[in-house]
Write a protein that binds this ligand. Structure first.
Ligand code: PEP
Length: 247
């Protein structure tokens, strides 16, 4: 049985005052059925972990593949853990595009994160051109295989399917398209990791909002969502969480 997961990615948004949204979310949803994870900018991880007080999980949005050293501006997995993070998003399409992160880099980061006991939320997803060329399954299959280290389990790995063209655009794939990719990812995970592959949660991400959450959560092999814009406000993210709890 996979516990549903509502994950929020604040991206480069939020200052200390924004933590009021976290308090409001916890107050409105004191006992959610689903697991809740928020990934703020690195500057807020420690403060958010304090506000969250164990009621929701807090994660980073990236980490370095090395444990320490001369890497100005970067953050090691141990530093995230040290300030209260339990998870880290890796291989988000914005990191892949803006920072040239390859599958090999994502995999190395995932190994580093796992070594520190962080749950890795590994992102995969096709561009619009790749979907138009009918390369979606090939692309996400390769990203999944090459970005995920050996030894993935339901406890140490979450996979987020995020079509690049759906992120922050208000556009979403059809439910049949989401089901096709999630069913494919599930079969790939089971083929490689057996029973643990069946336990890895698969999140859909890309313009999830209160108005489309219920139908997305009813889709095959969707175990929750990775939410960008709609995770910034407690009311919106809380409505998505309620839809997930009801799914
Ligand atoms: C994301 O970037 O992970 C994301 C899903 O963004 P949005 O929900 O804003 O499309």
């Amino acid at each position: 049985m996979r516990r549903k997961l509502a994950a929020g990615n604040w991206k480069m948004n939020g200052v200390k005052a924004s933590l009021a949204e976290v308090s409001a979310l916890i107050a409105a949803h004191p006992n959610p059925k689903s697991e809740v994870l928020l990934c703020p900018p690195a500057t807020l991880v420690a403060a958010m972990a304090e506000v969250a007080a164990g009621k929701i999980a807090v994660g980073g949005q990236d980490c370095h593949m090395k444990a320490s050293g001369a890497h100005t501006g970067d953050i090691a997995a141990a530093m995230l853990r040290d300030c209260g993070a339990s998870h880290v998003i890796l291989g988000h399409s914005e990191r892949r595009a803006d920072h040239g992160e390859t599958n090999a880099i994502v995999r190395a980061k995932a190994e580093a994160a796992r070594a520190e006991g962080l749950v890795t939320v590994i992102c995969v997803g096709e561009t619009e051109a790749q979907r138009d060329a009918e390369e979606t399954l090939e692309v996400v299959g390769k990203q999944l295989f090459d970005s995920t280290p050996d030894g993935a389990t339901g406890a140490n790995t979450v996979i987020a399917y995020e079509p690049v063209w759906a992120i922050g655009t208000g556009r979403t794939p059809t439910l049949a398209q989401i089901a096709e990719v999630h069913d494919f990812l599930r079969s790939e995970l089971v083929a490689r990791f057996g029973a643990e592959g069946a336990a890895v949660r698969l999140l859909y991400g890309g313009s999830v909002k209160p108005s489309n959450a219920t139908e997305i959560f009813a889709t095959s092999n969707v175990d929750g969502a990775l939410v960008g814009g709609a995770s910034l406000k407690a009311a919106d993210f809380g409505a998505i969480l309620s839809a997930l709890d009801a799914a």
